[in-house]
Design a protein around this ligand. Structure first.
Ligand code: ADP
Length: 589
């Protein structure tokens, strides 16, 4: 049987590789470097050669994102050092990093006069095979929902096989802000923040336009604190801090100490790496259809990047956790009911490129019902070039204002994301600037969505100035207008003025220099619609009957968030319902 692999955390985190040796012609002796620009900035590769033989390759400097760079680094370096081959496919989802590490390596090898032309080998011929596997539980998708389901099922004694079409784990969980709504936490208690599951329910239901399924929302909010405890038992460390995430409506947004969603990926990687975890992840393998026998879902068929057909039979259950369709422009345009045909390719997405709705399409093909497909969420903080949420200087809602290109506030920054986007579409060039000060970021080394502010400034993503007037000049605004906007806002913080647009959530005055401004645009973020599930994550068919053996969780499922998901409710959803799906599949509920 063909060997599949999952590269484990320990091996992944080491950017340097085992010393090897290869002979590619006469070359120089010594240590040579090459550099290229990756996703996060400059990346430097160091190569040690002895008369053209490669002794060592290390990435000695880089700012690539954790859980993104490991597989590209490992693949490119091990192909070069072990196989003498530089012709490695780009790692899906980490193309810029793959291209950069290969380019930097090539530069270093050329400097060493290694015969790199001989290292451009054509791909080896492969005869596609039919591979059959089996496990108690089969999971499609290794994003947060699929991994939570896998770990929960494994904890209940099930063997698990996960099919993931990308070359890495994590889906959207590694590229989002990582805020998590939970009520009744110690973090809230210490700060005197009143909250309850009922209030969380109310915000979720009303924030979602009163069209979400109350039963599912109840499950979400009632299990959030237990989910947090579960992650702690699995090693996640949460920050003491709690604030109001963008569109979260209430200060119940928590974050792990590790940035973005990497705290959860770290947890999943460590669990899967346990020798007896019972979880096998098969990467680069796209599920194509669910197998139904006698009305019951009994497995999944897929195809891997070598063209092999893979059939995995599930003794107990199949979990569909293949995510949403934020990156599928055709589906966005077909289903959208909120944004009046605006969601063409011109509007970017925060999502990973694999968010194409496969799981919804495959489930519909076997009769699953769908709900709320017309509800698509955008964020007002997309990078104008990439749509990503990275590259922005931002805090909890308490600490920033949004201004348009003219320097005026135009919305209640603490409103729901639907309201924020409707207001942003009324502004010139659909553009806004997030303005914050240094109160919570005194040194510039602090992280904003995973990146140090100093780095964001150095790479030109973010503007920084010691006065508001200077900042305004940098972003082509009237200094007088921007200063007046901020003065007026600070008056409101002090409670001396009525707040235009009805903002009610405030922190402290925005007044500590230096000041930051980030230019941002609307970007597709979350597809609220999806497969119909019940409280046990069982998939219902178009008539509302349970499809035996079939479970769904995460963004692939619909009905929880109504027509507008609260900021911070996505990770709560994927972990809470991922666990439930894993338990249901493992126990055959
Ligand atoms: P969620 O937040 O619900 O976990 P994500 O989009 O983060 O959703 O994760 C879904 C995962 O499923 C991604 O890693 C994506 O690459 C994977 N995926 C999507 N379609 C398929 C498919 N057809 N086969 C295997 N994996 C898939």
């Amino acid at each position: 049987m063909k060997r599949f692999f999952i590269v484990l955390l320990g091996a992944l985190l080491a950017a340097s590789l085992v010393i090897g040796c290869a002979d590619f012609g006469r070359g120089r002796t010594g240590v040579f470097t090459g550099s290229a620009v990756g996703h996060g900035g400059t990346l430097v590769v160091e190569v040690e050669v002895e008369r053209g033989n490669i002794l060592r390759i290390d990435v000695v400097q880089h700012s690539e994102t954790p859980f993104f760079y490991e597989i590209p680094f490992e693949r490119v370096i091990s192909a070069a050092i072990n196989d003498g081959n530089l012709n490695v496919d780009n790692v899906a989802g980490a193309t810029m990093t793959t291209v950069a590490v290969r380019a930097a390596l090539l530069q270093a090898l050329n400097a060493a006069r290694v015969n790199t032309a001989a290292m451009m080998q054509p791909a080896l011929a492969h005869t596609p095979q039919n591979i059959q596997l089996s496990a108690d539980v089969v999971v499609v998708g290794a994003g947060g929902a699929g991994l939570a389901a896998s770990v929960q099922a494994a904890q209940l004694g099930a063997s698990v096989i996960v099919l993931e079409k990308m070359s890495m784990l994590g889906g959207n969980t590694i590229i989002i802000g990582g805020i998590v709504n939970v009520s009744g936490t110690e973090q809230q208690r210490v700060r005197g923040i009143a909250d309850s599951t009922d209030l969380h329910f109310q915000h979720t239901y009303e924030g979602g336009g009163r069209v979400g399924n109350p039963e599912l929302i109840r499950v979400l909010v009632d299990n959030a604190l237990g989910m947090m405890r579960w992650t702690e038992e699995l090693g996640v460390v949460w920050q003491d801090h709690v604030d109001t995430g963008l569109g979260a409506l209430w200060p119940r947004s928590h974050q792990t100490v590790l940035p973005l969603g990497t705290g959860f990926l770290d947890m999943f990687h460590r669990f899967i790496a346990l020798p007896d975890s019972g979880i096998e992840v098969i990467l680069d393998t796209r599920a194509t259809d669910f197998i139904v026998q006698g009305g019951r879902v009994t497995g999944v068929r897929g195809v891997n990047s070598l063209g092999d057909t893979i059939t995995v039979y599930a003794a107990r259950g199949v979990v569909n956790a293949a995510g949403g369709f934020g990156a599928n422009v055709e589906m966005r345009m077909r289903y959208d009911e909120l944004w009046e045909g605006r969601l063409t390719h011109v509007v970017p997405t925060t999502n990973h490129p694999g968010a194409l709705g496969d799981g919804i399409i495959m489930a519909q093909a076997i009769g699953a019902g769908v709900t709320g497909m017309g509800y698509i969420q955008l964020l007002p903080i997309g990078d104008p070039r990439t749509g990503s949420v990275s590259g922005v200087a931002i805090t909890g809602v308490e600490g920033y204002i949004q201004v348009n290109e003219q320097g005026y506030r135009f919305v209640n920054e603490a409103a729901g994301r639907d309201e924020l986007i409707h207001a942003l579409f009324q502004q010139t060039n659909f553009t806004n600037y997030i303005i914050m000060c240094s109160r919570n970021h005194p040194t510039g080394y602090e992280l904003s969505l995973g990146a140090p502010l100093n780095t964001l400034v150095a790479y030109g993503h973010v503007h920084r100035a010691n006065t508001i007037a200077e900042l305004a000049v940098m972003i082509n605004m009237s200094p007088a207008v921007l200063q007046a906007t901020l003065n007026q806002f600070n008056e409101m913080v002090d409670g001396n003025a009525q707040c235009p647009f009805g903002r009610t959530i405030f922190g402290q005055r925005i007044e500590v220099p230096p000041f930051y401004a980030s230019r941002r645009v609307p970007t597709v973020h979350h597809t609220m619609g999806g497969i119909v599930i019940d409280r046990y994550a069982r998939v219902l068919d178009v008539n509302g009957s349970i499809i035996p053996g079939f479970y769904a969780a995460g963004e692939v499922a619909g009905g929880i968030h109504g027509n507008n998901r609260l900021g911070g409710n996505a990770i709560t959803d994927i972990l809470v319902f991922g666990r439930i799906a894993g338990e249901s599949a493992a126990t055959g509920r």
